[in-house]
Design a protein around this ligand. Sequence first.
Ligand SMILES: Nc1ncnc2c1ncn2[C@@H]1O[C@H](COP(=O)(O)OP(=O)(O)OP(=O)(O)O)[C@@H](O)[C@H]1O
Length: 258
Amino acid sequence: MSPLLACSGLTMRFGGLTALDSLDIAVGTGETVGLVGPNGSGKTTFFNVLTGLYRPSEGAVRFEASDLFGRSPQEISRAGVARTFQRSRLMLDQTVFDNIALGALGRVDLGLLPALVFRSRFRRDLSALVEKATALTRRFNPHIAASLFKPAGSFTMIDRRRIEICRALIGGPRLLLLDEPSAGMTHEETRHLMDDLLAFREEMPDLAIVLVEHEMDVIRRISDRCVVLNFGRKIFEGAFDALLADPDVQTAYLGGSQ
Ligand SMILES: Nc1ncnc2c1ncn2[C@@H]1O[C@H](COP(=O)(O)OP(=O)(O)OP(=O)(O)O)[C@@H](O)[C@H]1O
């Protein structure tokens, strides 16, 4: 069976710097891949290329039947790829709902024209979106669902992360890219968020996830398979236990001591 995502020879150059170097990465339906590597090894660039923020220099990106190479972020989102960012991109003074609704743009037209011209359809779409956002946030934390119209900035760090994940999920993606979800959180918060993700994955077994993470405990707990990058190249692919034992990974990433 062909994978959900298949990248081959993916290369991204910034002038003289090769941030992604002929990368071959495939992700299957329902699979969770942990993507690790030292700072500057190309993990976020890989996400930026996959989501259309950067146009790759070379290579191929196939997603289901679509060729996503060089497509716009909107087209890629519509094809079923969603992401979160390393640094929070929430609008803290806007409501949770407003933040989450942004993830549905492109599927629901929330612009002024439909609001004025097609009022009943607009009202129907909007209330369906509220229902969906309520159901989604309730899975992560009922308190968020009950406070959907409070500013996102009034929530704790872990709830803000949950809101960002809900924003990525509201459009019903097939592939979710999580960029360091544990960043800025305590170990306890990280553990809770991983519990949430594992529970969520049970409910959505077809959702594929690529998780960038420096916390090796998180990678161990949540990944089916791991990929390690170094200077934009894939230096390892396989199970977590094999990653720990791999001499190249030891040298490049684990400081040779694990
Ligand atoms: N827009 C850009 N212009 C120039 N160079 C860039 C750009 N984006 C990334 N780079 C460079 O590409 C390389 C890979 O960066 P990237 O952010 O993808 O690494 P990373 O593995 O995500 O690192 P970290 O773990 O610190 O987040 C780095 O050398 C970085 O400086």
